[in-house]
Structure formats: C-alpha cells, structure tokens
Design a protein around this ligand. Structure first.
Ligand code: FES
Length: 721
C-alpha cells in the first residue's frame, strides 16, 4: 500500500499514528486513531475548536516528509473563519473538520483543541484538572417542518442530535422548550444546544490502544437534559465553584470549555451577624423557628447572587450563560443554604437530612443564573464533616497515595482526615473561634493592621512583630508608623508558641511566676520564675494572679492602647489547639498509627500558619517539618474539580461513603486526649522533631513536676473542660 492511497498520519503530542484512507478529514483520522480533538459545531467550520497544526519538514523519526500541501487547501468557508477569528490564525493552522489528508503528514493538536484538556488555574488553586464537564454545547442543523409532518420541533431536534451527535434519551427543560421554536426560526434551523447529563463513553487513558470506532470520541448521552437552545452558533458555557464557609464565601467563575478561572469574588458570610460560629446559628434557628431559618437562608442566597453578578460583570459574560454551580460547605452551611432546619445538627447524634449529593435547579434556590441552571451539592461525610471536607479530599486525593496523610482544615470547627490508600478516617473538632481571633482580648480577623507574625527575643523577652499591610517588622519602623490594630490567628499561634519558647510560659500554659502559689495558698513551692529572662516583668503585667504580656505598646497600636496577650487568651488557645490535637489523635488511633508522614493544612488560615510554631504549640502532631504543607483553599479547588470533571464528581459520592467517621463528641477517648493536648506541645507525647531542632525550652525549666501535674489534672476536672 503506498502513501498516496493510505498515507501515514502522526499526531503530536500523543504520538499516535496510523495509515488512513486518502481524503478523510484530519478530524476523522484523529477519531479513528483515538486522538482527542474537540468539536462543537459538528464540522460546520464555525466553532474553531478542532484547529490543528500541520507541521512542515523532514521527520526522520517517522521517516516522512510533512507539508501543508499534504492536506487539501483551505475552503472559502475555512478562510472566512480565520479571517473572522484572526487570533486563531497560526502557521500551519487548519480546521481539522474540513482539511483532508492527501499524503503523509505530522499533525500537532494544541492544548486548547484537546477535548479533555488539562488546565492549571491561575486565580484559584494550581492543581491540574482534566476538563470533562457534565455540560456540553452542540451545534446542530434541524430539518425544517414539512407540510403534513406530525413531529414537533423538539422531536426533530432530538432526531438531529441523535443523527449528528449520537445523543439519546434526552429530555428538555421547560425553559429550553419555550425558546425552541423561536431559536429555530432565528438560526434558520441551525441551533446551539446546551445539554446537561451523563455520558456512557468509557474514560480512556493515553496508554490504551487506539479506539477503532470513528465516533468513539463523540459524547453519547444516556440521561441528558437540554437546558438551552439558541439560534445559530453560540459559544458560552460557564459554571461556578463556590465555597460557603462559616466566615467567608468565595465564588470562582469558570469557563467550562477551557477550565480557566475568569473571576473570583469573595465576601463575608452575612450569617455572621446572626451568630459567630455554627452552633450559635443553629441556636438562632432553634429560637426563631422558620422565620429565623428563612432569614439565614435568604442572607446567604442574597450574598451569592451579589457575588455571581460581580463575577459575571468582571468576566464580561451574561449571568444566563452560567449553567452549573457546585457548592461546598460544612453541614450547617449546607442545610441553611437549602433552607433545611439545622436543629438536629445542634446536638448528638447530629442527624443529617441526607448525606447523598443533591442536584437542584438554581431557580428553586433563588440563585440568579440561567433559568434552567443546575446546582450540585456534593455528598456530606457525616454530621459535622461536610462537603467542604469532601472538596479537600477531591483536591488532595489521599486515597490514591501511600503516605499517611493528615489533612486539617481549620475554622471554627476543624475538619480532619487521616489516611492513605488503605483507608481514611475523618472527624470534626470544636476548635471554636479562637484561631479566627474570637475569644481573644485583642484578637481580630486577618486584615490590614493585624499582627500576623511574632518573634520574641529569648534573652530579653522583648517582642517584635509584623502587621498585615507592612513589609517591615515593628523593630524596623518608627512606632507611629506601625498602626497595629489587633492580633489575627497566625499571630496568636506565634505569640503563644514564642512565649513558650522564650520560657515565659510553662508547658501547662501558665505564665512563669509564683501564680500557682497564690492560687493554692500563698506557699512558695515554686518560688523561682523559671525563665532565664532577667526581668520578664518588664514585658508582663500582673492583675492579681493573672498575667498579661504586652505585645505592642500603645504607641505602636492604632487604637492608642496596649495590645496584650492575657492568661485567658492563652487558655482559649490551649482549648482550641487541644480540641484539634485530640481529633488528630483519635484518627491516629483509628488508623492504628503512631505517626504521620505528611500534614496538609487546608483553608486560608492554614496558608498563614508557620508549621514550626504550630508544632511548638502542639496544634499538629510531630512530623518532619518539610512535609507540612499549606494548600490554600482546597475545598474550593475540590469544588472546581467537581465542576470541571464529571468522573471525579461521581467518584466523590462514593469517597464520602468510604471515609470512616469518628464522632468526637461521644468518643470515650476524646476527653483523655484533650487533657493531654492542653499542654505545650503535649503532656506526654514526645516531639522528637522539635527536640532535634532545639525548638523547645529545656524540660527541667518548664515542665511541671509530678505535684503540679496532679494539681493541673485536679484543676482540669474542676473546670470541666
Ligand atoms: Fe467546528 Fe471544525 S468542528 S470548526
């Protein structure tokens, strides 16, 4: 067989090659060889998605000469397409649906023309995502209505979609049906159809053999729903990935054909005004009934609509081109978004309305997207482990790894997962608002002016710090230029860890002084401030038995008042970190491991935590510091993945069911682990990594002796933690 009637075609970058019949289109040749090339308009030279590059020159590796002349010349329509879309014009660029092969040729399929392209987002996460959304658009020509014809427009559209795109068993949304007749008229029987649904096409990998069926890359829907019909060729398929957090809401507007994040908008969750943390919002509903529930639901829907409008405006698209939204959140946010009474989540056994994924029309929720748009809420894992945690799992995929990975998403509730390909365990720990600045005397959210970094001179006890919005540390600025307004979560962690490292705090969290003696009976049992600091009081003040550490002076603050850390602040941080640590320990018990290989800090807060200080505090278990990583808003990234890849979306529902769950509120070991974790970094657990780094104060100087440990345990019981 000669090259003239059976030329060799090689596709790059896949390297797939084979001999094909002279005269077939490059697109058909690609499909015969199982090469992934996109197509929306069905070869009408309208969409440009099928563009490929015809390479020129000698390809010794394949033993062929490739040239633009080895495919048929551009037709008038193809030339017209490139004239109308000059940005698509490139050397050797051809529409593969029309260029036919005449001789041996090497073809490059550029990334934007691959149907299942990978994208790495610029604005929202950097994880590669294979683009394979649940929505597709098809350009199709419908037979005109003939005299005496009994079929309606919808029946003829179904037939055209089956003939040209192999779409079967479709239904049509009422909003699309209302558009249909006019769209056919406007487009002279050519329309663009948006279909939402599953495909029965088997996913392929690059290692698989070429698929012989030329139509094998055409999606074949088995349960699709037509959402929209527009006259003529229309491009515009967008979706939203939304993370509804207790404190903030972030919405990413994404082009579903390219995976590109076009706009990201965020706002405070307006429900904060009804209650700072989850339980106070549940209480609000309990006290105010349906009216309270309606207010909480309306407030979050209103904010989402504002974010959607802003994002669409920023991306210069119409809101009614947004056909899909994936929303993740904790279980209380999930219930309040859907208008479901969350009261049962306020107390054990924390009953969910459903743990299954939910698909609901956006219009039913009051979200202003395309009127037929779908909202997908991924599965919930358990009573207090929501779809935001599932989003973290989708993004990080610990179930595909060997490393024993601990995933921690810190908020007012910390959601924690531990495991690897041998199994996953999850739990939720009630950390409270301390890490977000709540219940801390001068705590505040991360905002300009907030102290975010702290270092203490271990010889003198003198602090220096850095505020958000200033590049320099406080000791490099005149006092009047610092303008500290308070301390945000990362600063709180650092100041407590630094106080401990400086020897100003004992491992039981008490400021070094004769505090214990005053509380007990004034007897000087531990008379010496064990700190090596000559005069720690110069940065400390005492109010009776309680101490406070002056972090920023009145001159350095924007409020004209000292910014201090009090004994109660330290206590609240201890309570929060002990809850988190105890949750980690329960999961380690569940998995039967005594150490973890890797710690992943998810969420915005996790990005700002210094791993060393977090470990000194005992917030996280001992682990090689090099393997402690912050991954940003992994929950939001998981929502993006579920939006852009229907297979990962489907898999996540099973993943949620496969995760073992520990209910911390009723676990008999929680209290014991909690008490041990109150100490810095822990009452009994060794921290060999910190010891090796010399990051802990000398044990003899700070560890309570047996007597004070007993006293501590007695006090713990009295305070009923
Ligand atoms: Fe649309 Fe080729 S498939 S231009």
């Amino acid at each position: 067989m000669t090259a003239s009637n059976s030329p060799l075609i090689i596709f790059q970058p896949s390297g797939r090659q084979g001999r094909v019949q002279t005269g077939i289109t490059l697109l058909d040749a690609a499909r015969q060889l199982g090469v992934d090339v996109d197509s929306v308009c069905g070869g009408r030279q309208t969409c440009g998605k099928c563009k490929v590059i015809v390479e020129r020159g000698e390809f010794a590796k394949y033993g062929i000469q490739s040239a633009e002349a080895h495919v048929t010349p551009a037709s008038a329509d193809e030339s017209d397409y490139f004239r109308r879309h000059p940005s698509k014009l490139s050397t050797g660029g051809r529409l593969s649906c029309v260029a036919c092969i005449t001789d041996d040729v090497v073809i490059t399929v550029p990334p934007e023309s691959q149907q299942r392209k990978q994208v790495i987002g610029k604005n929202a996460g950097t994880r590669p995502i294979e683009i394979d959304p649940i929505l597709h658009q098809y350009y199709v020509e419908v037979e005109p209505h003939a005299l005496g014809e009994r079929r309606g427009d919808w029946e003829r559209l179904q037939e055209a979609l089956a003939r040209e795109w192999h779409l079967q068993h479709l239904t049509i949304d009422i909003t699309a049906l209302r558009q249909l007749t006019n769209a056919l008229k406007a487009g002279k029987h050519k329309v663009t159809v948006t279909v939402h649904g599953e495909e029965n096409q088997e996913p392929r990998t690059k290692s698989q053999e070429p698929i012989p069926n030329p139509q094998s890359l055409i999606p074949n829907h088995t349960s699709g729903r037509v959402l929209d019909v527009r006259g003529g060729f229309h491009e515009g398929l967008y979706g939203l990935a939304i993370d509804v957090g207790s404190t903030t809401i972030a919405a990413h507007l994404i082009d579903l054909t390219t995976g590109e994040t076009l706009a990201t908008e965020a706002a405070m969750n307006p429900q904060v005004s009804f209650g700072e943390d989850l339980m106070s919002r549940v209480s609000y509903v309990m006290m105010n009934g349906n009216d309270g529930l309606r207010k909480l639901t309306e407030s979050v829907i209103g904010t989402l609509n504002t974010l959607i409008e802003k994002a669409a405006k920023r991306a210069k698209i119409a809101v009614n081109e947004i056909y899909e939204a994936v929303i993740v959140g904790n279980t209380v946010m999930h219930a309040l978004l859907l208008g479901i009474d969350p009261t049962e989540l306020g107390a054990a056994p924390f009953t969910l309305s459903t743990h299954a994924p939910i698909d609901v029309k956006a219009s039913e929720l009051g979200l202003r997207l395309h009127p037929a748009a779908n909202v997908h809420l991924p599965a919930l894992e358990a009573g207090h482990v929501g779809s935001d945690n599932l989003g973290v799992l989708i993004a990080e995929a610990p179930e595909r790894q060997d490393a024993m990975t601990l995933l921690i998403d810190i908020g007012t509730n910390a959601e924690i997962v531990l495991g690897n390909r041998n199994g996953l365990w999850s739990c939720s720990s009630p950390t409270g608002p301390a890490f977000e600045g709540g219940q801390i005397s001068h705590g505040q959210r991360a905002a300009p002016g907030a102290i975010e970094r702290v270092r203490i001179n271990y010889a003198t006890g003198e602090p220096r710090f850095k505020v958000i919005g200033k590049d320099e540390w406080s000791d490099a600025l005149p006092d009047a230029d610092i303008g500290a307004t308070g301390i945000c979560g990362s600063g709180i962690i650092e100041v407590v860890a630094e106080l401990f490292r400086a020897g100003l705090l004992r491992s039981d969290g008490r400021f070094i002084e004769n505090l214990e003696l005053k509380i007990e009976n004034g007897k000087l049992e531990e008379s010496n401030p064990q700190s090596s600091i000559p005069n720690p009081r110069s940065y400390m003040r005492w109010h009776g038995p309680k101490a406070e550490y002056v972090l920023a002076t009145a001159a350095q603050s924007a409020t004209g008042k000292d910014i201090v850390i009090t004994q109660d602040d330290v206590r609240n941080i201890q309570l929060a970190k002990a809850a988190l640590h105890a949750g980690c320990k329960l999961l380690m018990l569940g998995m039967g491991v005594s150490k973890v290989d890797k710690i992943v800090l998810a969420g915005a807060f996790g990005s700002y935590i210094d791993p060393l200080h977090a470990m000194v505090l005992g917030l996280i278990p001992d682990c090689d510091l090099a393997t402690v990583v912050a991954v940003g808003n992994a929950a939001g990234d998981g929502a993006r993945i579920a939006l852009l890849n229907k297979t990962r979306r489907a898999e996540s529902a099973q993943l949620a069911r496969d995760v073992n769950y520990i209910e911390t509120a009723i676990d008999p070991n929680f209290q014991q682990e909690f008490i041990g974790a109150m100490h810095l970094p822990h009452m009994t657990d060794p921290y060999p990594t910190l010891q090796a780094l010399g990051a802990l104060p000398a044990k003899s100087a700070n560890e309570p002796d047996g007597r004070s440990a007993r006293r501590e345990r007695r006090r713990e019981r009295q305070e009923k933690f």
